[in-house]
Design a protein around this ligand. Structure first.
Ligand SMILES: Nc1ncnc2c1ncn2[C@@H]1O[C@H](COP(=O)(O)OP(=O)(O)OP(=O)(O)O)[C@@H](O)[C@H]1O
Length: 610
């Protein structure tokens, strides 16, 4: 039969092209994940072996039952008559029961092992991804990361529960059935074996057609899901509404939906006639055995009994399933190895930014920052920062201004080591940031980002993210300083107000003030404030300005500023243009100097205070 959707029994052209190279190292690595569970695995093997044998024996015993019924004694080990019959029946039932019970235990163990392996792999992957640098997250496809974490690792579960056990149990069943068949009659066994491919090969061919259709239906299904994701998301819906595209989006959805159902129907009907014919033909197998067996009994070999022929027919019926499954094993195997290879590719990516083996802890941080001839490129080609030099003494406040894209955010991102400089060095309290442990360094750097990111939870939960053990009083104090407490107090749920998906239930200004309160709670030695470029009304702007002041009062701070009020709060202004510091000084020094600052002042800052 065709494989189920998603785990079909045929490789796609792409899968064939990208088949992994199966090396000894790869297999050893795959098996290293099984190693901690070797005891449970050994038990599964025993269960499979015993249950395969137990499940076949009732078929073999049926022959003996028939022989007893037809008056043929068997080897004398059980005696003829009613008592032998009862014993055989009880034995047969007992074996069936035993096989089912073992099957239950085996399924439990199997799933237990699979879930534990997947648990180990997911945790390992999460830990590893957390260490990956900003470059990885800005360039990797987000969907790809999620797929590795979910589908690929879930796929591993099915490798353990299906592929491994299917190989074992099918091989076991096949071997036991064949041995039993040959033991009864080698001629009839050969006749049986000759019949098997007549049924299994056409089944595979019909399955392939069905699988192709399933693939098309899946692609169509993905398209439908894509439309749903795009048009029913918060921002998608907004766009549809604002542009009045409801009808055209509905038509697009209806068309794809219609295509999907017709493909589904075709897929489910594909090969249906063929299987009907096949089903009828299946009876040919037993008939052939009856014919050849009958001729043998009547004309040549009187040792074969009617019971033997019944057993052979029953066993023949048990061969199709395992043969079909084993024919698919190669596909399952390649697919599983490809899955492991994809997962291992992720594991093998080296974190670009990591602690040095001898990294030092940053203790009693003061917040002295120095940029010494720092240059930086993201892609190895375009220099984004060129020879940046500046010093910030503990308690200083510097504003970085410059046109959009001039490199302001890039400069500050080098301090908490979201990136490392291409040349030159950044020091924190006199030590190169690359020689400090990431954890201790980032503990001392608080960043209020331009795009405020809040988790979908309560205000309290978002605040506690900065300091999990903060007391209620500390939280209220931080909110008061950040000028957001009045707003929180007026909410019916206070600090337990839900902020919505990414903080969507709050205005831009409110979100930013909560994020300032969060930074205040963290109480870092250095504060970086990346001011939002988006326009705020003057009341929100004043509220934010009042929130920033306590932040910068007692600590070193860097403000990426777009508004004059923020710039005026700084001790020094660094003007960046095309990755270079082109001017520095105070507002008074620069506003009439005829340079970039004056230009920015006339085009942006002065407007912002109107
Ligand atoms: N992850 C990245 N990969 C490649 N290039 C980047 C990346 N991030 C930023 N850039 C580029 O680096 C340059 C400087 O960007 P940066 O964000 O530092 O500018 P900015 O001065 O902070 O701008 P804005 O005021 O608009 O926020 C831009 O040309 C930008 O396109």
């Amino acid at each position: 039969m065709a494989g189920p959707r998603g785990r079909a029994s045929y490789l796609t052209d792409e899968e064939k092209k990208n088949s992994p190279k199966i090396t000894k190292e790869l297999i050893t690595r795959v098996f290293s994940y099984l190693k901690p569970y070797w005891k449970q695995l050994a038990l599964v093997l025993v269960c499979i072996a015993v249950s395969s044998v137990c499940s076949l024996f009732p078929s073999i015993l049926t022959g003996n039952i028939i022989d007893v019924l037809t008056g043929k004694e068997m080897g004398g080990w059980i005696g003829a008559g009613i008592s032998a019959l009862v014993k055989l029946i009880i034995l047969s039932l007992g074996l069936t029961l035993a096989s089912s019970l073992i099957g239950v235990g085996e399924t439990y163990l199997n799933n237990w092992i699979a879930q534990h392996i997947s648990y180990d792999m997911r945790n390992q992957m999460y830990r590893h991804l957390q260490k990956m640098s900003q470059r990885f997250f800005t360039s990797a496809n987000q969907g790809d990361i999620i797929t590795r974490m979910t589908s690929d690792i879930s796929g591993v579960e099915s490798v353990v529960t299906n592929t491994f056990t299917s190989i074992l149990s099918n091989t076991m069943t096949l071997v036991v059935a064949l041995v039993a068949m040959f033991q009864k009659s080698w001629i009839l066994a050969l006749v049986g074996i000759a019949i098997v491919p007549v049924f299994t090969l056409p089944t595979r061919m019909a399955g392939k057609k069905r699988w192709k259709l399933a693939g098309e239906a899946q692609a169509c299904n993905d398209e439908v899901n894509g439309i749903l994701n795009e048009t029913l998301s918060v921002s998608g819906q907004l766009l549809v509404k604002l542009f009045g595209r409801e009808q055209s989006e509905y038509e697009r959805y209806e068309e794809a939906n219609g295509r999907m159902i017709s493909l589904n129907i075709r897929e489910r009907m594909a090969g249906r006639w063929f299987f009907m014919l096949l089903h009828t033909l299946t009876s040919i197998g037993p008939m052939l055995l009856y014919l050849v067996g009958g001729i043998l009994i009547m004309k040549y070999d009187s040792t074969i009994t009617v019971g033997d022929i019944t057993v052979l027919v029953a066993l023949l019926g048990r061969l199709y399933g395992p043969v079909n499954s084993l024919l698919n094993i190669q596909v399952d195997w390649i697919r599983s190895m490809a899955m492991f290879t994809r997962i291992f590719e992720y594991y093998d990516m080296k974190p670009e930014i990591d602690d040095k083996p001898d990294a030092k802890e940053l203790k009693n941080a003061k917040g002295d920052i120095n940029f010494d001839h720092v240059s930086f490129t993201y892609d190895g080609e375009r220099m984004i920062l060129k020879d940046i030099n500046f010093t910030l003494r503990s308690g200083d406040c510097v504003a970085i201004v410059g046109p959009s894209g001039s490199g302001k955010s890039t400069i500050v991102n080098l301090i908490p080591r979201l990136w490392d400089p291409t040349a030159g060095s950044v020091t924190f309290d006199g030590t190169d940031v690359r020689d400090l442990t990431l954890h201790s360094l980032r503990d001392e750097v608080g960043v209020v980002t331009q795009e405020t990111y809040l988790f979908n939870g309560t205000i309290r939960e978002n605040l506690l993210y900065a300091k999990p053990d903060a007391t209620e009083a500390e939280m209220i104090d931080a909110c008061q300083k950040a000028n957001i407490y009045d707003f929180i107090k007026n909410q019916p749920d206070g600090l337990d107000t839900m902020v919505g998906n990414r903080g969507l239930k709050l205005s831009g200004g409110e979100k930013q003030r909560i994020s300032i309160a969060r930074a205040l709670l963290k109480d870092p030695a250095l504060l970086i404030f990346d001011e939002a470029t988006s326009a705020l009304d003057s009341i929100s702007e004043a509220a934010i300005q009042a929130a920033i002041n306590p932040l910068i009062e007692e600590r070193t701070s860097i403000l990426i500023a777009h508004r004059l009020s923020t710039i005026l709060a700084a001790d020094e202004i660094l003007v960046v243009r095309d990755g270079e510091i082109v001017e520095r000084g105070t507002h008074k020094d620069l506003v009439h100097a005829g340079g970039t600052y004056q230009e920015l002042y006339e085009t942006q800052f002065s407007k912002a205070i109107e």
